[in-house]
Structures are given as structure tokens and as C-alpha cells.
Write a protein that binds this ligand. Structure first.
Ligand SMILES: C[S@@+](CC[C@H](N)C(=O)[O-])C[C@H]1O[C@@H](n2cnc3c(N)ncnc32)[C@H](O)[C@@H]1O
Length: 277
């Protein structure tokens, strides 16, 4: 079944929800992305650059749509902003609540449950919206884009981070897909990107490497225009490596790619800054 723009619609949205409802899913991400100080250095540098471009006034409110364990909500709060953190996974929100409480940031970060495909906010409620590493896990992408655009105020800024289907990570993954015979995973090319669905019992892991140009054009139809596109990390290979020295080398390469403004068209991570006109 296809929705507008050809992005395939989830046939088992409840299965994807079940995968995201599981605390193991979030613990795995937490270990892979936030358990290592070199990766934290990258996130700090990325948010320095984002905030340098966006320049929100101190005390500005960010909607962190798909906040997960609140890692970036905390980063924003530590930089003087207020955050409304929303996710539909209670497991993730519980982990986020615990971190926010441990850091004494309850006054700065308001955490609530909400689905990005039907956000519980009025039209034009936010000047700043962050959606980091989230759209790639939403089967009904068009609905999510429409909702993000709807809650963004005219003149407001939307910051998105997504995986890129033209990156070497994604191309290598596609090339090795058949030889590795990943029987439980189904790969599908759609105009919105390359989608992978992996069944694990009653749950389905869903990941999309985005067709970034499609994403940019689709947001335009909602009146949300690209302002800046730059590379995030060149590769996510460090998540698959346990050998410390090799991991450090990958982080070093990623950081230097980011610092030297490497071409986003071949980078695994893409950071997109949009404005609603
Ligand atoms: C990879 S995690 C990223 C979390 C956080 N943004 C970060 O960068 O640490 C993706 C998050 O998106 C959330 N998510 C996926 N689909 C969602 C939806 N339709 N509504 C709300 N949250 C959703 C998941 O529960 C998960 O916490």
C-alpha cells in the first residue's frame, strides 16, 4: 500500500510500535550512541553549529519531537533553552524522565506522551522544532512531515537529522544485503528512501535511509523550506565495532569530516535546517 509520494505505508504499524515500546530498543540505542564520550563530542559540536545558524533567544522553547531518552532535550536545556519533549514510547519516556530528574532539569524539560503522526498541539504552536533520528523510524512519513509543518509557527525553524540513502554506509548495506542473506529483513526502495523491515516475533524493526532530496521537496509542499544542509557523521560504523582503537579512528574521521564541512550527499548523517515561510 502506498501513500502520497510513494513512501510505502506500514502494513503493520502496531508491530513497529511494539518494537519502539520495548525498553531494550532504547537501551541498545543509548549504549550505541550515548555511551561513549567521543560520540558526545560530535553531538556537542553538531548542536554548536545548529544553534549558531538558528540563533534562538535564551529561554526559547523547543519541541523535541521523538525525544527518546531525552539526550538532546538535556543538551538544549543545558544551553539555556526550555524543551517540550514528546515521544510515543513510554519506555523511552521513563528513561528520559529518570535522566532529567537525576540532573535536576524538571523545570526546563516538560515530558509528555504524543505521536508525531497526530501531534497533540494546536497549529503553529512552536518557533523551534527538533526531530533528530526519528523520521527514519516512521512508516507513515508524509503524515509525520505534515504534522511537524502544522505545529511550526510561520517564520519558525525545524531541525531534522536523518540517515542518507546515498551515503557509503547505505550503499554498502544494500550491496551486502543479498550476500548476507538477511532472511528476516525485507528491503524496499521507495521514492522516500530505502526501507528495511526486520521481524522479531510480534515486533518489526523499521529503518529508512532517506532520499534527502525527496524529503526537502516534500517539506516544501508544506511551506517549509530548506535553509541549510550539512553533513552529520560520515559513517555509523563505530556502532558495529567493539575494538577501541578502531572505534576511536572512526570517531576521529567522523569529527574531522564534520569540522571540515564534508559533502553531505555522501555522509551517513544529514542535518537539515528548514524555515516555514
Ligand atoms: C532513534 S530514536 C531517537 C531519539 C532522540 N531523538 C535521539 O536522537 O536521541 C527514535 C525515537 O523516535 C520515537 N518515535 C518513532 N516514531 C514515533 C512517533 N510516530 N511518534 C512519536 N515518537 C516516535 C521512538 O520511540 C524513539 O524514541
Amino acid at each position: 500500500m502506498k501513500n502520497e509520494g510513494g513512501a510505502s505505508k506500514s502494513q503493520e504499524p502496531d508491530d513497529v510500535k511494539r518494537w519502539l515500546a520495548n525498553s531494550d530498543t532504547h537501551q541498545t540505542w543509548m549504549n550505541a550512541f550515548y555511551g561513549d564520550s567521543k560520540n558526545q563530542d560530535f553531538y556537542e559540536a553538531a548542536f554548536d553549529r545548529i544553534l549558531d545558524i538558528v540563533r534562538p533567544p535564551e529561554g526559547a522553547i523547543f519541541l523535541d519531537a521523538g525525544c527518546g531518552v531525552c539526550a538532546h532535550s538535556i543538551r538544549l536545556a543545558n544551553r539555556g533553552f526550555l524543551v517540550h519533549a514528546v515521544d510515543f514510547s513510554e519506555a523511552a519516556l521513563d528513561m528520559g524522565r529518570a535522566s532529567v530528574k537525576a540532573l535536576g532539569l524538571e523545570e526546563k524539560i516538560r515530558i509528555s506522551s504524543g505521536n508525531i503522526t497526530e501531534l497533540p498541539f494546536a497549529d503553529e504552536s512552536y518557533d523551534y522544532v527538533l526531530c533528530w533520528g526519528v523520521l527514519m523510524h516512521i512508516p507513515d512519513l508524509v503524515k509525520a512531515l505534515t504534522e511537524l509543518a502544522r505545529v511550526l509557527r510561520l517564520g519558525g525553524t525545524l531541525v531534522v537529522s536523518e540517515g542518507n540513502m546515498s551515503s557509503s554506509d547505505s550503499i554498502l548495506g544494500r550491496t551486502l544485503f543479498r550476500p548476507l542473506r538477511r532472511r528476516k529483513t525485507v528491503m524496499k526502495k521507495t521514492p522516500a528512501g530505502i526501507e528495511y523491515r526486520t521481524s522479531t516475533g510480534s515486533a518489526t524493526r523499521f529503518v529508512r535511509f532517506a532520499n534527502v532530496n525527496w524529503l526537502i521537496r516534500r517539506f516544501e509542499t508544506e511551506g517549509v523550506y530548506i535553509q541549510e544542509r550539512f553533513s552529520g557523521q560520515f559513517t555509523g560504523a563505530y556502532t558495529m565495532v567493539s575494538f577501541g582503537l578502531l572505534k576511536d579512528l572512526i570517531h576521529h574521521f567522523n569529527m574531522s569530516y564534520f569540522n571540515h564541512n564534508g559533502d553531505p550527499r555522501v555522509a551517513s548523517g544529514n542535518i537539515l535546517i528548514f524555515q516555514k515561510h
